[in-house]
Ligand binder design. Structure first.
Ligand code: HEC
Ligand code: HEC
Length: 205
């Protein structure tokens, strides 16, 4: 893994040509991304904003919030999309031209941004039942207290409702299988009602 950090001139060239392709595709948004802020913005981040929002905060809840997600998890997901272990028709093409260093840079960048305050209206009764289910299923054995996540285990606290429901459905139906079985076996024990309650609980954290 480490040795990938040392860019050979070949890889620099490859990265540079991929960069120019992307600049052409991203158009004006690219200039905006390079205007900079507290955290250095990778050039490629401009291409993510259309769906994941400015600063990794999507407007539509079907898209995952990337801001504040663990860097390791973000990187591994990009790699899984690139290598076809995780598939989504919108997301898969987005990582096609990225090098591993670019993916690491993007992962580091988004992980350092502050997650947004959720605007979703949590139903307190559903959230209460969701918490009971979470305690019973020992979700936090892996996801840690408050679903804060760590390394390759994602943060789910405050994640978008629609996205969480879709992922739990996808794990259950084996449409998403890049989790080494961890989530599939958990999701198998959940009913549609459990998934709804859990998503209310998680979105409200
Ligand atoms: C055209 C829309 C679109 C664009 C542009 C896009 N994505 Fe995505 N991305 C998605 C969708 C949709 C998903 C969720 C897929 C699913 O439901 O499994 C996703 C998921 C992800 C995930 C997994 C998050 C998680 O919590 O598991 C990462 C990481 C990610 N995108 C990174 C990026 C990066 C980095 C860029 C820019 C280079 C980007 N995306 C651009 C649509 C997009
Ligand atoms: C045995 C460990 C383990 C347990 C228990 C577990 N998870 Fe997970 N969960 C994971 C791992 C690992 C991933 C990331 C899988 C991957 O790499 O694609 C994940 C992913 C997820 C995701 C998708 C996050 C995203 O951004 O796409 C959700 C939502 C989730 N878990 C919710 C739960 C809930 C709710 C429970 C309890 C009902 C639970 N998990 C129990 C390990 C676990």
């Amino acid at each position: 893994m480490r040795k990938e950090k040392a860019l050979t001139s070949h890889r620099v060239l490859a990265a540079a040509s991929a960069f120019f392709l992307l600049v052409a595709a991203a158009g004006g948004a690219q200039a905006q991304a390079q205007s900079g802020g507290a955290v250095a913005v990778p050039a490629k981040a401009a291409a993510c904003a259309a769906c994941h929002g400015a600063d990794g905060r999507p407007v539509l809840p079907v898209y995952p919030i990337l801001a504040g997600q663990t860097s390791r998890y973000l990187y591994l997901q990009m790699r899984d999309f690139q290598e076809g272990r995780r598939v989504n028709e919108l997301m898969t093409p987005m990582v096609a031209g990225l090098t591993r260093d670019e993916m690491r840079e993007l992962a580091d960048y988004f992980s350092q941004l502050k997650p947004p305050n959720q605007s979703f209206k949590v139903d307190p009764e559903k959230a209460r039942l969701g918490k009971l289910k979470s305690d019973e299923t020992l979700c936090t054995m892996c996801h840690l207290g408050g679903f804060a996540g760590q390394n390759e285990i994602p943060r789910v606290a405050g994640q978008n409702y629609d996205y969480v429901v879709k992922q739990l459905d996808d794990f259950k139906a084996r449409r998403r299988t890049n989790d080494a079985g961890n989530m599939t076996s958990v999701a198998n024990t959940l009913s549609a009602k459990d998934i709804e309650n859990l998503a209310h609980y998680l979105t409200g954290l």
